[in-house]
Design a protein around this ligand. Sequence first.
Ligand code: HEM
Length: 409
Amino acid sequence: MTKTITAIDLVGPEAIRDPHGYFGALRDESPVFWDERYRSWVITGYREITTALRDPRFSSIRIAPFIRSKLSGPDTDPLMRQAFDVLAGWMVFQDAPDHMRLRNLVNKAFTARSVETLRTHIEELADQLIDHVPAHGRFDLIEEVAAPLPSIIIAELLGVPVEDRQQFERWTQKVAPLVSGGLDDPTRYDGVADGMDKLLNYFKGLVRRYEKEPADNLITQLIRARDEGDRLNEAEVLATCTLILFGGHETTANFIATAIRQLLLHPDQFAVLRDRRVTDNTAIEECLRFDGPAKALTRVLAQSLEFEGHQMQAGQRVFLILAGANRDPAVFDDPNTFKLDRDLGQRHIAFGYGPHFCMGAMLARLEGSILIPKIVRRLPDIKLADKEADWMPVLLTRGMKTLYLDRGI
Ligand code: HEM
């Protein structure tokens, strides 16, 4: 007899450890599910998610209403209000037409053609980081290789001095739990106000610097857009800087680390990549499909509507579980098998879908397709040091706190 799912726990231990199994069971039974606990819709099927992400009634404006309802009173901490105001200015939390206006201003820097110019530099940097990995014993792949590469590249693109990297990483880490959906964590707002205030002041300093000495970087481009007519205001310049800094490093670091973990759990596939029995580009698409770093997205219903036989009400929150869609048997054959040479095209939705499709996808693909095969080929003796992964207990992203590996033993 099949069991009927009546309640779920979006950030419970099972959903965190094995989101594909947990949300896959939900998808197979109720691809559109009302979760009473968080009073939200949870959509897990590929067809249902892509339909919703094309529908403008599933709105991305989800910070501004929160500010109006929760952060407008006289007791509100002004720094907390400031932090949420910055988030409300992120393109990812806006709908048309503001969304496209903001996206078009920076999109050019992230096209396949623009990012391709970074290839040699990324290859050199990847080699340097791998050179520093100890020849024997235990090391944390995230700290040594997976996190520094995307973080250095995005800092250089923006015009953030690379030597300030540790500072801005500390501040972004303080804001991260809010952005990643740490639903049950009562401390998730604790560092947000302070972390965002420090980031903002830091970016204000850089904006003043590049106003005086323009350079070939994104901050200078944003300043020009601000000064040429009304295309962008000062607050939007700062919000966009913080978004790109955020978007640009943690997701990619998680992508690289999780891909290496999956390869180590599947030694046959590790060998396929090491021995070049698949192209690097094809291999990383399967890594993104099988266990990608964006586990879920959020939308809010701009109006009441009927969706797949369910009556949804304006204002209700919707979680779209990409981890469910990317293992949907209606779209992928044998979806729970990790097969690097799958003829996948780019049908997975690890980078989202529709108007908000990840702006940094080409950069993340380039970084992943350089770094992941290099790790496999230059460090073929690595082994997982721990059986269980140390997953972050959040809904929206899938990432480990550390990934300890052993070498030479
Ligand atoms: C493997 C790495 C990455 C993954 C899996 C990923 C995933 C995603 C996803 C799923 C979205 C859609 C959000 C939504 O619809 O609500 C998104 C949006 C976005 N991503 Fe990425 N991302 C990655 C790397 C990057 C990088 C390197 C950048 C660098 C700039 C970046 C910048 C952005 C921006 C700016 C948006 C907002 C786009 C918009 O609202 O139009 N991402 N990303």
